[in-house]
Design a protein around this ligand. Sequence first.
Ligand SMILES: [Zn+2]
Length: 322
Amino acid sequence: MRAANRRAVLFGLCATAVTAGTLGTSQAMDYSDPDTMYAALRNRQRQTITIGGGSIAVVFADRFTESARLAILRWVRRAALAVTAYYGRFPVRNYAILIVAEPGSRVGHATTFGYDGAATRIGVGLDAGSDAFDRDWVLVHEMVHTAMPDLPRRALWLQEGNATYVEPIARALAGQLPAADVWREAIDGLPRGLPQATDAGMDGTNAWGRLYWGGAIFWLQAEIAIYRDSAGTRSLRDALRHINRASGGNVANWDPELLMATGDAALGSDTLGRLYHRFATSRMTVDLASVFADLGIADDGEGHIMFDDRAALAGLRRSITL
Ligand SMILES: [Zn+2]
């Protein structure tokens, strides 16, 4: 069972930050095999943070200065507060993070696994300062991955799209990102997920833009469909919280059909199941300009986001980041 699970998740779930490369020192260890990561998380000294009912073990794979370790622990706490704001609690009871040193001053590449416990391996620049940590989205993205059960490879777009969609909203809910920035990212990013002429349904897609932003388009469409079908009484957050509670997070292996049915059970509808089937099996074009107009979001042409509170879905837009 474990071996099968491990095969299914060998690639893990990644954030898309630029990889800074490897340390040019003989001490640098390679933790790219997740079993090596799990061994380090089990055997090395840890510092534990408790937030939202979750226990977060932080393990430093490499030597950081005392002030760097304190800044990293603050950053982990901040990311955990964001996902706790979205899910109403930290999404898994036990979570572990392996901090791997990299050259440079930014947060690097990260991958999250669940087959041997919810865990993330993340690169951190040895010269990273508080500005890099305060602006970081990667760790929140990874923590969002822990909230959803692991899915078969064909449904990777649902997982990456969900983390892409939820991450800025979670930060906004925690007061870490202005609502305008959430929608700035949507306007800039979502067009990258639209299908090409030769694209079919989303299941099995491997293209980067489709996996992350195409998946995020699905979750935004789900948000809108739930709002419309429930006359504004239910939200995607309700469904995702229920899926999280019912599954226990990414330590479970589910099929996308069960995921949607569980979300729909919280909504008392078949909204998610029907939308998933359409996105998975057929080429879905979405008129993003109309979506943004309905939500009352516009770019003033000088880089500022303008909100229109008379738009048809302005109430939904406000509720998403409230
Ligand atoms: Zn990811």
